[in-house]
Every structure is written in structure tokens, then in C-alpha cells.
Design a protein around this ligand. Structure first.
Ligand code: UD1
Length: 357
């Protein structure tokens, strides 16, 4: 079987690392990088560190408005798919790359397999929500990480081709966890285990909004222990544009650093007192490693983390962020709601069954 896999943004590299490994032993994979993320620290370093094969194509789409970015990818992917004639197109998550690849394939009547299908925030103001809803409705195989995702699809009338496979980010976390050596990473930033917070902020809803970004910066600056903040390029630009960079620099508690490679991220996450984030994937990674999470959003797709008490939704509200970071709830139970760490193998099994019926 010939599969075209399309990735383009940082979380997709982390997910593809496990699926590529499982798929390549058994089938021909053509890996396409859309170029949505292109900085060395946002892209190449993940391929190197996670052992992802070099992409067969890089579309170099770069940054831009949603329409231009998605439209350019759509045209290029259509040409590529017509030329390579795959049996299936594999897409990941909810980015503009996911939408462009799903749409290009579906219009050519090539079955789409969607890894991380069924996730919903029920907030249509998020570009990711639009992407994931649309891709789910044009996919032949809906590869769900959780039972909540299966239920979300059922509520939208999607029941065919739906498979509960577990979460591929858990596969990647398990595979690389052993090679993580936290001590030198913590030493680099002068922090002790359980003596600091770890933070990331990149959602458009937070980082493009001056009021919300200011509220988050105020909270980080008022924490009672150091906070290592790996700053996404979108957020870095906006901190400067909104004049908040001076507040960050003046804060004794904020250690603002460049985006980190995967194993450094895991190292800092594992030993943190809590994670403060608006990322989707990192809410789960915190759960995998038993680290309390404070989510600076009003809703989450990863409802299990909240229901089980490991994650607190606080929006971009300074006081609520501080209160949740202070409380950092750490329940005793941490059940395997994201599968057994073998989601990638299950995905390849499902794809094979689909192809050969
Ligand atoms: C994208 C995804 C989001 C995902 C995130 C992971 C969409 C709509 N959003 O958000 O779902 O959670 O990736 O990080 O697809 N930039 C750089 N260098 C890069 C990449 C981006 O400087 O390598 C800057 C550019 O100014 C760009 C901005 O970041 O305009 C936003 O990048 P973009 O890919 O549009 O969205 P993300 O915020 O990264």
C-alpha cells in the first residue's frame, strides 16, 4: 500500500514520529512537509531528534493568512497526489496543513485517514475547531484517541470508519522518555526539581489578544517560583508588538527561552511543579508524566484531564491562573485514558484492514 502522510506543524512531527516508524516497516510511505513551520527550532530539530525520515517533499508554504496558507497548500497537494497516486492520505490533528491535505485528497476521491479525529472544543472561534470538524466530515477513517472523541463524532452522525486507537503522543512519550536526562537541562536554567513552573502560550486567541496576553504575562510575573517560558515565535512577535517584552524582561520570575526540542521539553515538564499552557498536546503530556496542568483557555478538547482532576481551566485570567498554580491539584489516580502506548501499530492495522477489504 502507498500512503502519503502530510505534516507541517510541530505537534504533527511528534505524532508522526511514532506512526512513521510503525508504517514504514509494512508499507510505502511518502512523507510531505507543508512548510507551515519552518524555523530550525520549530521543525528540523524534531526530525533529527525523533528520527523522522527526511520528507520526500517540502512545500515551503511558510506563514500567512489562513486563506492564502491553506489555499496554496491545497493546490500543491492536489498536484502531488495526482502524480503519486496514493491508496490513502494520512493527516494529523487540526492545523491548516491538516485541512489542506484532507480536502485535496477527498476531492480526488482518495481515502483520508485522520489521526486525532473527534476532538472538539465546541468553540468555533478557534481556527483549529473549524479544521478538525471539516476534516472529520471528509475522512474515511477516523482514528480517535479517546472515547470522548468517538462520542463527539457520534453526536455529529459519524459512526462509520470510526476507530478508538489511543493517543499517538503517548507512543512518542513512552518511546523517548528513557533517553531524557533532566539534570543537565534543569541545570542550564538554574532550577531544581519541583522548584519551578513550565509555561507555553501560542493559541491565536491568547497571543493575538493584547489584553489576554498581558493578563497571562502578569500571572507569570507574579508566580511564587521561577517559570521557564518556552516562547513560540508568534507569541514573541506579539510580546514585542504589544510592548509586553519589557515586562517579561523586568520580571525576576520569568525565564523566557526559545522553543525547545522534544526531549528538553519532556525533561522540563517532568520535573516542573506544574505546567501552565494553552497547548492541546501539552495538557496530555503533563497527564502522561503526572504533572498538574493549568490550562489558560476556557475549554479543552482533552476533557478527561479535567474530569480526572489533573487539569484546571482558568482562561486568560490573572487571578485564576495564580490560584490554580498555587493549588496545583495532584490526584492519586491517573488511569490509562489515552490507551496503552501502541496507538501507532493499531492505526497501521486499521489502515490495512480498510485497504484490503
Ligand atoms: C499552528 C496551528 C496550531 C498548532 C500550532 C503548534 C493552525 C491554524 N494552527 O499554530 O493548531 O497548535 O501550530 O505550534 O494551523 N512562525 C515562525 N516560525 C515558524 C512557524 C511560525 O516565526 O516556524 C510564526 C509566524 O509569525 C507565523 C506565526 O508564528 O505567522 C503563526 O504560525 P502558524 O503556523 O500560522 O500558527 P501557529 O500559531 O504555529
Amino acid at each position: 500500500m502507498r500512503v502519503v502522510s502530510v505534516v507541517g506543524a510541530r505537534p504533527q512531527f511528534i505524532k508522526a514520529a511514532s506512526v512513521c516508524r510503525a508504517l514504514r516497516g509494512r508499507h510505502e510511505e511518502i512523507l510531505v512537509h507543508s512548510g507551515q513551520h519552518y524555523d530550525y527550532g520549530m521543525s528540523d530539530v524534531f526530525f533529527e531528534q525523533l528520527g523522522i525520515p527526511a520528507p520526500d517533499y517540502n512545500l515551503a508554504v511558510g506563514s500567512g493568512g489562513h486563506g492564502r496558507q491553506t489555499g496554496e497548500m491545497l493546490g500543491m497537494l492536489e498536484e502531488l497526489l495526482l502524480e503519486r497516486e496514493p491508496d490513502m492520505v494520512l493527516v494529523y490533528g487540526d492545523t491548516n496543513t491538516t485541512l489542506a491535505a484532507g480536502l485535496a485528497a477527498a476531492k480526488l476521491d482518495i481515502p483520508v485517514a485522520h489521526v486525532e479525529a473527534g476532538l472538539r472544543s465546541f468553540n468555533r472561534a478557534m481556527p483549529e475547531e473549524i479544521n478538525r470538524v471539516l476534516v472529520d466530515h471528509i475522512s474515511a477513517l477516523l482514528l480517535c484517541p479517546t472515547t470522548a472523541a468517538v462520542e463527539n463524532l457520534r453526536a455529529e452522525g459519524i459512526t462509520e470508519g470510526v476507530h478508538l486507537v489511543g493517543d499517538v503522543m503517548l507512543d512518542t512519550a513512552r518511546y523517548f522518555a528513557e533517553s531524557v536526562n533532566a539534570a543537565p537541562v534543569l541545570a542550564r536554567y538554574g532550577v531544581e526539581p519541583d522548584g519551578y513552573f513550565f509555561a507555553t502560550v501560542h493559541r491565536a486567541g491568547n497571543s493575538d489578544d493584547p489584553g489576554k496576553l498581558a493578563a497571562i504575562v502578569s500571572a507569570l510575573a507574579a508566580l511564587d517560583r521561577p517559570v521557564i517560558w518556552a516562547v513560540h515565535p508568534r507569541t514573541r512577535k506579539n510580546l514585542q508588538a504589544f510592548g509586553l517584552d519589557a515586562v517579561v524582561e523586568a520580571s525576576p520570575s520569568i525565564i523566557a527561552i526559545e522553543p525547545l526540542p522534544y526531549t528538553d521539553t519532556v525533561a522540563l515538564l517532568c520535573s516542573a511543579s506544574a505546567l501552565l499552557t494553552d497547548s492541546g498536546g501539552m495538557q496530555k503530556e503533563a497527564y502522561f508524566f503526572g504533572v498538574p496542568c493549568v490550562t489558560m483557555r476556557d475549554e479543552t478538547e482533552w476533557v478527561e484531564t479535567v474530569e480526572l482532576g489533573w487539569n484546571t481551566l482558568v482562561g486568560a485570567d490573572t487571578e485564576r491562573i495564580l490560584a490554580a498554580a498555587q493549588a496545583r491539584t495532584k490526584p492519586i489516580a491517573r488511569p490509562s485514558v489515552y490507551g496503552d502506548g501502541h496507538a501507532a501499530d493499531t492505526i497501521v492495522d486499521v489502515i490495512e484492514r480498510h485497504a484490503f477489504v
